[in-house]
Ligand binder design. Structure first.
Ligand SMILES: [Zn+2]
Length: 316
């Protein structure tokens, strides 16, 4: 009797804490779901916010192509745990096995699920410079990711591609699907985009963000990104699967990404070359109307400008 009472008391004391935890964890649990882009080509659009246990680190876009004998998966997720969630989303569309995984880049959620799929028989493909960056950043990424997804990282092994393609551009055919693989070096060195000419689809990797503003990191290169975007415009794909944000067309990609690269280079880069004051420059270009509706604008725009300024100051 006494022990029951004690237990009850303990639960009563815990209750407010549980309520608090529930309030903090009000982010909905994200379950990846495939959407058809065009015949046999699918996208999995992740949420726009930060990595979390609720989204399993899948805060990016993925894709897959159903071929005659299997599935080509584009990007493998942030861990073995999240790779299994992507696997399930593919299985809801087709019973065919994932036989090929292509990494568009080296950010954690693009490749830390490789090992999960390799263990199930998939070949892992990437371009040479992507692999190089993956090797350089893997330990740091696993540590960083643990802060966001905790226990979900258990059992994840950083496995690089076993099929490495020469940069900067590679044409290949997988199970009859033609692929043009193009290096962009936009967000991370060795970033790439994957063009499917027959379907007129480009999986842009982290070259293109829509609905949310892109992030310029210390390892990003806006000049290379601008060139990458110009290449995308030459391709003129009917469908654009961006690195983040909804499946879209070239016009939205241009408005929300291509124009932003141009804006940063034309204004902030030019001011740095001109040896203007950094503070005045960042204030002057703080409120570009055409980009302010994008999610994460208030957190990222100023740091983005700051990095571009510093970059152009060092490399005018
Ligand atoms: Zn990304």
């Amino acid at each position: 009797m006494i022990s029951v009472k004690r237990t009850f008391l303990r639960l009563a004391l815990l209750a407010p804490l549980l309520v608090l935890a529930a309030a903090q964890a009000n982010e909905p649990i994200y379950r990846p779901k495939a959407q058809l882009v065009t015949k046999d080509v699918y996208a999995i659009v992740g949420p726009l916010g930060q990595r979390s246990e609720a989204n399993a680190g899948l805060n990016a876009n993925y894709g897959f192509i159903v071929t005659s004998s299997g599935v080509i998966l584009i990007d493998s997720g942030a861990s073995a745990h999240s790779a299994a969630l992507l696997d399930k989303a593919v299985k809801e569309v087709t019973p065919k096995p994932i036989r090929w995984v292509l990494n568009t880049g080296s950010q954690d959620h693009r490749w830390l699920g490789n090992d999960y799929f390799a263990k199930r028989g998939a070949e892992i493909h990437a371009m040479a410079n992507t692999v190089q960056t993956q090797k350089a950043v893997s330990q740091q990424q696993l540590q960083g990711l643990e802060r966001f997804v905790g226990q979900q990282l258990k059992g994840s092994v950083a496995l690089q591609a076993n099929q490495v393609h020469p940069a900067p551009e590679r044409a290949l055919s997988i199970d009859g699907v033609r692929i043009q693989w193009i290096e962009t070096n936009a967000h991370y060195p060795g970033d790439t985009m994957i063009y499917l000419p027959e379907a007129s689809v480009v999986f842009t990797g982290d070259l293109v963000y829509v609905d949310r503003i892109l992030g310029v990191l210390p390892q990003s290169n806006v000049r290379k990104a601008q060139k990458g975007f110009q290449r995308l415009e030459v391709i003129r794909p009917k469908h654009v699967v961006p690195g983040h944000g909804r499946v879209t067309d070239l016009a939205q990609a241009k408005r929300e990404t291509g124009d932003y690269y141009d804006f940063l280079i034309k204004n902030v880069g030019a001011a740095a070359r001109n040896m203007d004051s950094i503070g005045e420059t960042l204030d002057k270009f703080a409120n570009p109307k055409q980009f302010m509706h994008l999610q994460n604008f208030s957190e990222l725009h100023r740091p983005n400008m700051n990095r571009v300024f510093v970059d152009f100051e060092a490399n005018p």
